[in-house]
Design a protein around this ligand. Structure first.
Ligand code: ADE
Ligand code: ZN
Length: 322
């Protein structure tokens, strides 16, 4: 139903997109026992905290520069196969450091994957470096410093992900100052696990142009109006929200309510195989379950391009393709 529509994704964690079959092959290659996290071709977790643990464990079976090139190429090929013209991947150079590969080799493998995919299909991609709250403010500042000094034209944004219940956004504001000063686009995970206050926190402490999820802003009508007035773009991932129990079902998901209230909304897949979803399914949900017309979906895709962390020339070229 949406295969004819051009697609854009602003919010997908690279390791969160790892296909279970590839993860199984990697685990076997390195002799890593992943049976507690991967069973019957599906990732195993039961709540947000165990999802993050599962995510970190799965990430550990991607160890070399070539592993990251392959993972990136595989995901971007999948996106290109469903008519996706642009993707922003959330990446964690800190993770590269933690596994002993090193941040530079980690990023260089990912950039090689982007190059290979782009050569085949023309898909454009950029990287958003993320800090993880559960590794603490110092590690988040380290991630921002890395992104700021990398001087890599494909690194165009900075994010804060991980355990939303750990600390307040203000504790991480210094990292965002570093990223902002380096000219990076800013986005923050908020209003996913925590309530509306976390979205207000993000606006008060950082004022990013985009917010990852942000859906629980719907609990506070004044905040919804503030988001609409500011033009803050929400990277909404409905399948992820339902899988993690942020809302009990799609009928109570606020995507349409937020859009109708004038908030700029976009759709993404977050960590697709962890949540039994894909960007293809998210677009299908938008059309089927949420009842958006092709024109409304194209408008969301256009919003995503307008909010993308790219230079003006690339933005113009992407907009011309919708
Ligand atoms: N949905 C999510 N929220 C916060 N951190 C994440 N890291 C990977 N996926 C995430
Ligand atoms: Zn996310």
């Amino acid at each position: 139903m949406t295969s004819h529509l051009k697609k854009v994704e602003l919010h997908c964690h690279l390791e969160g997109a790892a296909p279970p079959a590839l993860t199984a092959a990697q685990a076997q290659k390195y002799g890593v026992d992943i049976s507690a996290q991967l069973r019957g071709g599906a990732y195993v977790w039961h709540d947000f905290a165990s999802f993050l643990e599962c995510y970190d464990k799965v990430s550990e079976v991607y160890k070399t520069e070539e592993d990251y090139a392959l993972l990136t190429e595989t995901y971007l090929d999948e996106l290109a196969g469903i008519n996706t013209i642009y993707s922003e991947l959330i990446v964690s150079p800190d993770h590269g450091k933690r596994i002993g590969l090193g941040a530079d080799a980690y990023i260089s493998g990912i950039c090689e994957g982007i190059r290979r995919a782009r050569e085949k299909s023309g898909i454009e991609a950029r990287l958003i470096v993320t800090g993880e709250r559960h590794f603490g403010p110092e590690s988040v500042i380290g991630a921002a410093e890395y992104a700021a000094r990398a001087g890599n034209p494909l690194i165009t944004g900075f994010n804060l992900a991980g355990e939303e219940r750990m600390g307040r956004v203000a504790d991480y504001a210094r990292a965002f100052d570093i990223a902002r000063d380096a000219g990076l686009g800013l986005t923050i995970h908020a209003g996913e696990v925590c309530g509306a206050f976390s979205v207000a926190d993000a606006l008060d402490a950082v004022r990013p142009s985009r917010i990852g999820h942000g859906v629980r802003a719907v609990e506070d009508p004044d905040l919804v109006k503030r988001l609409a007035d500011l033009g803050t773009v929400l990277e909404i991932c409905p399948g992820s929200n339902i899988a993690l129990g942020v809302f009990p079902d799609f009928a109570s998901h606020p995507l349409r309510r937020l859009k109708d209230a004038g908030v700029r909304v976009t759709i993404s897949s977050d960590d697709p195989p962890f949540f039994q979803t894909s960007l293809k399914r998210e677009y299908e949900l938008a059309a089927g379950t949420f009842g958006f017309s092709d024109a409304e979906i194209d408008a969301m895709t256009r919003t995503a391009i307008e909010a993308a962390f790219v230079d003006d020339e690339t933005r113009k070229a992407l907009l011309a393709r919708i």
